[in-house]
Design a protein around this ligand. Structure first.
Ligand code: GLN
Length: 275
């Protein structure tokens, strides 16, 4: 006789976090959290028990839960994720909040998301601002494919997604808002060898010049792609706010600011094209 939901969770919890065990079991059984609570005595089939054991074993070795189950929630939306894209982070919701504050709900506005990855930021914006026209680019063809899958799953019709190296494919186009969560971890940072980051694409995480290389490129080119009064918003590392503000000011942007995430860490900096 196969094990019950309660037994499966109890066993798994010896080796992995409680929440991870629940997420993996929900995935195997294709049920929500409430089902696990309501039916602790339900028995798994042999195949389900086997799949669950395998996922727990992979988790023990370090694979991120999001990759094991192929999805992650961000801004209350479900995103398909694979190892081709960064796993959306809760702190990145700040970038969406600040974007939505700057996009009117009742008329059209042009938004660009650079290095979109899974499309999390672009699509969260798109779903909350249906009149906005969102452009999302990523240098990775695999990431673009995932972002397109997510756009289709979320039925986001106001987003175009294509391959591109930052602004290179955008000609002389200008935008009212440019957002980016670029790679900003310093190459060689020991965090890259720890936890989930080991499994995520290095190209989405790490950048040269102490992590500032991509931010520098984006800031330098942004004024040529911002409309008058257009805003650039960038996520960055915990210790990069001042460097970012200096880059934004040097590029001629005005009203330069940094704002903290829910952990109180300066996480997003921005500026506005005023001249
Ligand atoms: N915030 C991520 C981390 O440090 C990095 C994301 C990024 O480089 N854009 O795990």
């Amino acid at each position: 006789m196969q094990i019950t939901i309660r037994e499966a969770l109890d066993q798994a919890r010896r080796d992995i976090d409680d929440i991870d065990a629940r997420m993996l079991l929900q995935h195997v059984l294709d049920v929500g959290h409430a089902h696990l609570i309501a039916h602790p005595a339900r028995r798994l089939t042999a195949r389900q028990a086997q799949s669950f054991r395998l996922l727990v074993a992979r988790r023990v070795l370090g694979e991120p839960v999001a990759y094991l189950i192929g999805k992650r929630e961000f801004y209350s939306l479900s995103f398909t994720v694979t190892p081709a894209v960064l796993i959306p982070r809760p702190e990145t919701e700040l970038l969406v909040d600040l974007s939505l504050e700057r996009i009117p709900i009742d008329f059209s506005c042009r938004v660009l998301d650079l290095g979109t990855g899974s499309g999390a930021v672009a699509l969260a914006i798109a779903k909350h601002r249906p009149l906005a026209c969102i452009t999302a680019v990523d240098i990775s063809a695999d990431a673009v494919a995932i972002a397109k899958i997510n756009a289709a799953q979320l039925n986001a019709r106001n987003v175009r997604i294509f391959e591109g190296d930052w602004f290179r494919e955008l000609g002389e186009e200008r935008f009212d808002l440019i957002v980016s969560n670029p790679p900003y971890v310093a190459q060689g940072d020991p965090h890259l060898g720890q936890g989930d980051l080991r499994y995520e694409p290095d190209s989405a995480l790490a950048a040269g010049r102490g992590g500032l290389e991509c931010i520098e490129s984006i800031v330098a080119c942004a004024p040529a792609h911002l409309a008058w009064k257009g805003v650039l918003l960038l996520e960055h590392g915990y210790d990069q706010a001042q460097a970012c503000r200096e880059l934004l000011s040097k590029a001629g942007l005005g009203g330069v600011f940094s704002l903290p995430d829910f952990a109180g860490i300066p996480r997003v900096s921005g500026g506005c094209l005023e001249v």
